[in-house]
Design a protein around this ligand. Structure first.
Ligand SMILES: C[S@@+](CC[C@H](N)C(=O)[O-])C[C@H]1O[C@@H](n2cnc3c(N)ncnc32)[C@H](O)[C@@H]1O
Length: 293
């Protein structure tokens, strides 16, 4: 893999880092005693990823774009040896403290995912599983570099597993009106108001350890840029890096996140569109295995 040169994509990642640093403080301010929750056996994972990942006992797993490490530590509690990688200083500092305070061991690296994949491959680090979820792939400006980077750090037969918000769901504004293109053409979508406080919006659904009022009326001073990759672009990037797609699923609900106004919360923190809205895929998942030569 070649590290992408400094350039427009890289600059976007740096402004995203500032935006995520600010938002992460607000997000964690709403989550009560996360260390105690994890220590008592609590998990922040949803059934979809638990099922797709399968038995993690003894597996080496890298969690890419891991944010503050709650899911990473929940994966470690299922028996995996975990490494979490995220560009946000605030998120990784929080994750390291959460690991120490919960007593769940994990390794965390603050790095741009492209840099980390590059250096991990140089060091011959190898993993059985690469995992990312819920709002991860949209931050990457080059899917080919990302998938080839993952292929380099997976053992032969190793798996990539993801569950995330479906790009089709990103075509709608909060009133569920068709507002954005499905095909982003690799161009960044810039949001001047930065990463928002979606944890405050979702309430208990994204705060399984308990919801606290925390930061009020959060306003992010740092703009953010994301990419609207279509499902076919994601799959093509994996195929080009010699992944074999083993499973692809789409879901009519979104886990935890109230993506639109008036979403209905069903058991399991599944958010469904209002009854009068025709179904659209709100999440998707992929399991892909790297070919064994
Ligand atoms: C929506 S969060 C992912 C949350 C994740 N599902 C979890 O386990 O909590 C997106 C994360 O991507 C990170 N991120 C964005 N761009 C990145 C990059 N280029 N390299 C590494 N991390 C990045 C952000 O800092 C943020 O923590």
């Amino acid at each position: 893999m070649t590290t992408p040169e400094p350039g427009p994509g890289r600059e976007l990642h740096e402004s995203n880092r500032r935006s995520w640093n600010a938002a992460t403080v607000a997000h964690n301010s709403h989550k009560k005693d996360q260390a105690g929750f994890l220590r008592r056996g609590g998990s922040t994972l949803f059934p979809e990823e638990v099922e797709l990942l399968g038995d993690l006992q003894g597996k080496r797993l890298v969690h890419l774009l891991c944010n503050s490490g709650q899911d990473t530590l929940s994966l470690a509690a299922r028996g995996a040896t975990v490494t979490g990688v995220d560009i946000s200083d605030e998120a990784i500092d929080f994750a390291k403290n959460l690991s120490a305070d919960s007593g769940i061991p994990a390794t965390f690296h603050r790095a741009d995912v492209y840099d980390w994949l590059d250096t991990a491959s140089d060091r011959d680090e190898q993993f059985d599983i690469a995992f990312c979820s819920y709002g991860a792939i949209c931050w990457l400006f080059d899917l080919g570099l990302w998938s080839s980077g993952m292929a380099n750090v997976l053992v032969p037969g190793g798996r990539f597993v993801t569950v995330g918000f479906h790009p089709a769901s990103m075509m709608f504004n909060e009133r569920f009106e068709l507002a954005y293109p499905y095909f982003g053409g690799g161009k960044p979508l810039v949001w001047e108001d930065g990463v928002g406080d979606y944890v405050a919006q979702a309430g208990a659904a994204l705060a399984p350890s308990g919801f606290a009022e925390g930061v009020r009326d959060f306003s992010n001073p740092h703009p953010v840029s994301e990419f609207q990759w279509s499902i076919s672009e994601i799959i093509q990037a994996l195929l080009a890096a010699r992944f074999i797609i083993e499973r692809f699923d789409e879901y009519p609900y979104a886990n935890g996140a109230k993506l639109f106004d008036n979403m209905r919360e069903a058991p399991g923190k599944r958010m469904w569109p209002p009854d009068d809205v025709p179904s659209v895929p709100l999440m998707y998942s992929i399991v892909a295995r790297i070919a064994c030569n």
